[in-house]
Design a protein. Structure first.
Length: 398
């Protein structure tokens, strides 16, 4: 479904709302409610299209573009990001508007050629470059690796709008247009989920981009991302979230994740979670095979402690735990503590492997692995509680 929203006189958001899609960016980001993709059309003496959408939606968006154009052509196409959810329709669009000039970053030109195998005539732009389209002036800022090397931001001076592409995006699937059309809590929660799953590994580059933005002195009335709602009233809070993420800010929060074959590692997870809660931690507990990984990643991004447990599967950790460890490894967490636990049968659970993988992923495993053979009895549960208490003390002494 496509909705067209006027965000300013002559400036339109063309938004695909896909409530059916369940995987965003391949399988790494499962989405419960679907996803959205935004393109923007700016009508001036020249018409400018900012970002496109995956070609699977072309047949839906093209008639809407034609309606807005009312007989005019697109004169300029700005590609802020080459990833197919924002440039997939490019060839279909440029073949409809053959005289349009295409603007992208230097890395964008390279990536476009690698995607479309054709040397369309790209105009490469970067910081200090501007184009005039009549009364409007667009400037550019390269933001490499937020989220791919080709990313850039486009700024419309006269209306003080930043077209930020992936940055400040959220997969908030709603028919409303602006951030304040939903509660601040809901908006920030979705932005946090998106940050945790897409942007977090780019933290260093986000910091660089925000510093460049601050030096640019571009005032921001609106931020128009290519996923989700337009930022108008929650800009300050969104920057605050981004700064917390860049700073790896954590709170007294623990995420307990586990996989369990016969419920014994689960029983350990529950004892650990309850004890952490009793010590004042905010605690979230997840069985990895039964949850959306995107939810765990969102909750983990401000948690001080990760407790992770696995039963023994032929001397290996259970497959959902192995997959989760790989995911942790792909995210650049800093200053995080971890605790490992697991129940085993006749050979001790392979928790040492778990420790090694956590260390590889920048986690500091703060206490010895906690093993229990078969079913945890009352004494063993009490030992677990004591181990948790010691861990909490060690963390507070850091
Ligand atoms: Fe929404 Fe990096 O693409």
């Amino acid at each position: 479904m496509v909705s067209v929203n006027k965000i300013k006189e002559n400036i339109y958001q063309i938004k695909v709302i896909d409530r059916e899609v369940r995987n965003f960016h391949g399988c790494v980001y499962p989405v419960l409610h679907g996803s959205t993709y935004n393109s923007y059309l700016v009508l001036d003496e020249q018409v400018t299209l900012i970002d496109m959408i995956d070609d699977i939606y072309f047949d839906e968006i093209y008639p809407e573009i034609i309606k807005l154009l009312n007989g005019r052509d697109v004169d300029n196409i700005i590609i802020n990001h080459v990833e197919p959810d924002h440039s997939g329709s490019y060839e279909l669009i440029i073949n409809k508007f053959k005289n349009a000039k295409t603007y992208t970053s230097k890395a964008g030109e390279k990536a476009m050629q690698a995607h479309f195998f054709k040397a369309y005539h790209y105009h490469t732009v970067g910081l200090n470059d501007s184009i005039k389209t009549g009364k409007y002036t667009f400037s550019f800022m390269e933001t490499p690796l937020v989220h791919w090397p080709d990313n850039m931001w486009t700024y419309l001076h006269e209306e003080q709008i930043l077209f930020s592409n992936d940055a400040f995006g959220q997969l908030l699937v709603d028919d409303v247009v602006y951030d304040s059309d939903v509660s601040l809590f809901k908006f920030v929660d979705f932005m946090k989920e998106y940050y945790a799953n897409i942007v977090y590994p780019c933290n260093v580059n986000v910091e660089r981009a925000l510093n460049a933005l601050s030096k640019s002195k571009w005032s921001l009335k609106l931020i128009a991302p290519s996923h989700g709602l337009v930022l108008k009233d929650y800009i300050k809070e969104s920057f605050s979230l981004y700064h917390d993420m860049i700073g790896n800010k954590t709170i007294d929060k623990a995420i307990v994740v586990y996989e369990s074959m016969w419920g014994n590692t689960k029983a350990m997870a529950l004892v650990i979670a309850n004890e952490l809660k009793a010590k004042g931690y905010e605690v979230k507990i997840y069985q990895l095979s039964r949850c959306h990984i995107s939810e765990v990643m969102k909750e983990l991004c401000d948690a001080k402690l990760l407790a992770i447990g696995s039963g023994n599967y032929n001397n290996c950790v259970l497959p959902p735990v192995a997959a989760f460890l790989e995911r942790l490894h792909s995210t650049k967490y800093l200053n995080r503590q971890a605790l490992v636990f697991g129940s085993y049968g006749w050979i001790k659970a392979p928790l040492q492997k778990l420790v090694e993988r956590l260390n590889d992923a920048n986690f500091n495993v703060i206490s010895d692995p906690m093993y229990i053979q078969y079913v945890p009895n009352d004494d063993e549960k009490s030992d677990l509680q004591q181990a948790v208490n010691l861990t909490v003390k060690k963390i507070s002494d850091l």
